[in-house]
Write a protein that binds this ligand. Structure first.
Ligand code: SUG
Length: 416
C-alpha cells in the first residue's frame, strides 16, 4: 500500500452564478448580480488539475451536485413571492469548493487504521446546508472500499462544521502519523463564525484520533471580520510547514506553541502584517493556496493569479523565494471565476491521503479523462448566466442535461 496525498477537485457545476449568498465572504458579496461564465469557470478548474498532474501529483475530482435542487424548492415551497436568494440557493454550484465537502483523517492517524471522512454539515448558509447528503452519497461511492475508508454522517446541525477548510494536518511525510489541527471561530462578530468548536471536537472523536495528536485553535475574530470566513483563507499547512498570516489566530504565539507541543518539528512561515496586510491577503487569497510536496521532495505553493498582480503580495513571494525557507516555488493559476465567489485554489480541492488504488477509479483523473470532461463542458455548460435567468425552465433543462452528460461520460450514472 502506498499512501499519497490525492487532491480531489470539485468540477465547477453548470449552474455557477453570482447571487451573493455568503454573508462574510467579501468576494461573493462584491460580485453579486454579475454575469457568470460557467463554461470558462469549469475549464479553469480542469486546467488547474492538469497543471498539478503535470507536476507529477495524484489528482482526483468530485462531481457537481444535482441543481436546481428540487428537494429544496419543494421543501421550502419556493414560489414567485419567495425571496430570490432562496431560489438562488437551490441553484448554487457551491459544491465546487470541495475543501468544504468533508474533514478527512488519513489511516495513519486513526485508531482503526482506516481513512475517516465526515461530510461537513455547512449549516450556517442555506445554499450550502443542502449539500451534505448528496456529498455523502458521492463520497460513499468514491471511498466505498470499507477495508480502507469510513464515511460518516455529518455532525449534528446544532454545531456548524465546514470541513477541511478549518482543518490542518502536520506530519513528517503524508504516509506517516500526523497531528491534526482544528480551527474554530467564536460567534458574536459582525459576520458568522462558521466552524463550531464542538463540531471539531466531535469529528476528532468520531475519527478515532489520539487526543494527544489533536490541537484545537481559535481563529482570530479580526480575521473573520476582515473576511476570512474559513481558516484556509489565512493559513495552509503541508507536512512540517505552516504557512500563515500573522493575524490568523486569536493567540498567534499560543497557537504555534500548542502545535509544537504535539508536533515538535513544526516550521512556521509567517507573513507579517507589515509586508502583506490582512485585507490584502484576503483580497488576493495568498493563503488559499495549495501547498504541495513535489515528487522530488521540494514544496510548491499554487496561488491564485491575483497574487501576482498585487505589489505587496508578489514582493513578499519573491522575498520568500530568495531566502532559504521550505517553500521553493510559487505557481500562479487562473481560477478567477471561482475567486469571484470567494473560492481559491485551496477551496477547490479536498486532500485525501490514501492509496490511489483503493479509490473508485472513476474519480481519478488522467489526461485522457480530462479531455473527455473538457469536451462535455465545452459542449454542454452554459457560456453565461445572468442572475435574472435563475429560475428559468430553459436554463434548468440545460443545467440538468449538462450534468447528466458528465455522469454518462464518467460511467457514474448511479449518482443521477
Ligand atoms: O462558502 N462561496 C463559498 C466559498 C467557499 C470557499 N471555500 C473555502 N474557503 N474552503 C462560501 O462562502 C458563494 C455563493 C454565492 O454567493 O452565490 C459561496 O458559497
Amino acid at each position: 500500500m502506498t499512501l499519497v496525498e490525492i487532491n480531489f477537485d470539485g468540477i465547477v457545476g453548470p449552474s455557477h452564478n453570482y447571487a451573493g449568498l455568503s454573508l462574510g465572504n467579501i468576494a461573493s458579496a462584491s460580485h453579486k448580480g454579475n454575469t457568470s461564465y460557467p463554461r470558462a469557470a469549469a475549464l479553469q478548474g480542469i486546467a488547474k488539475m492538469r497543471s498539478n498532474m503535470a507536476l507529477g501529483l495524484a489528482q482526483g475530482f468530485l462531481l457537481p451536485l444535482p441543481r436546481p435542487n428540487g428537494d429544496l424548492i419543494r421543501g421550502l415551497a419556493i414560489d414567485e413571492d419567495t425571496p430570490r436568494q432562496l431560489l438562488a440557493a437551490a441553484w448554487s454550484a457551491s459544491s465546487m469548493w470541495t475543501a468544504n465537502a468533508a474533514t478527512v483523517s488519513p489511516a495513519p492517524d486513526t485508531a482503526d487504521g482506516r481513512c475517516h471522512l465526515t461530510p461537513a454539515n455547512l449549516v450556517t448558509m442555506p445554499h450550502r446546508a443542502q449539500e451534505w447528503q448528496d456529498t455523502q452519497a458521492q463520497l460513499a461511492v468514491a471511498f466505498g472500499d470499507e477495508r480502507h475508508f469510513t464515511v460518516h454522517d455529518a455532525v449534528l446541525p446544532a454545531f456548524g462544521d465546514e470541513g477541511a477548510a478549518n482543518h490542518m494536518r502536520f506530519c513528517e511525510s503524508h504516509d506517516a502519523p500526523g497531528v491534526e489541527v482544528f480551527v474554530w471561530g467564536k460567534q458574536g462578530g459582525k459576520f458568522p463564525a462558521r466552524q463550531h468548536e464542538q463540531a471539531s471536537r466531535a469529528i476528532a472523536r468520531l475519527h478515532g484520533l489520539d487526543p494527544a495528536k489533536c490541537v484545537f485553535i481559535e481563529q482570530n475574530p479580526e480575521a473573520i471580520e476582515a473576511g476570512a470566513f474559513h481558516n484556509d483563507v489565512v493559513s495552509v499547512a503541508n507536512e512540517r510547514v505552516l504557512f500563515t498570516h500573522e493575524r490568523a489566530f486569536a493567540d498567534q504565539q499560543g497557537a504555534y506553541d500548542a502545535i509544537r507541543a504535539a508536533f515538535p518539528a513544526l516550521e512556521v512561515v509567517e507573513v507579517p502584517e507589515s509586508a502583506v496586510s490582512l485585507e490584502e491577503a484576503i483580497r488576493t487569497y495568498l493563503f488559499n493556496a495549495q501547498l504541495l510536496t513535489l515528487p522530488g521532495g521540494e514544496m510548491a505553493l499554487v496561488v491564485p493569479s491575483e497574487c501576482q498582480e498585487s505589489a505587496s503580495v508578489w514582493a513578499w513571494c519573491e522575498h520568500m523565494l530568495a531566502g532559504n525557507g521550505p517553500i521553493r516555488q510559487v505557481i500562479p493559476v487562473d481560477v478567477r471565476q471561482s475567486m469571484a465567489n470567494g473560492g481559491g485554489p485551496a477551496c477547490l480541492r479536498l486532500r485525501v491521503v490514501a492509496d490511489p488504488e483503493a479509490v473508485d477509479q472513476r474519480f481519478m483523473l488522467d489526461e485522457a479523462k480530462a479531455d473527455r470532461i473538457e469536451a462535455v463542458i465545452a459542449e454542454m455548460w452554459p457560456e453565461t448566466i445572468d442572475p435574472a435567468q435563475i429560475g428559468s425552465d430553459a436554463l434548468a433543462k440545460q443545467v440538468v442535461e449538462a450534468r447528466e452528460a458528465l455522469l454518462a461520460v464518467l460511467s457514474l450514472g448511479e449518482l443521477a
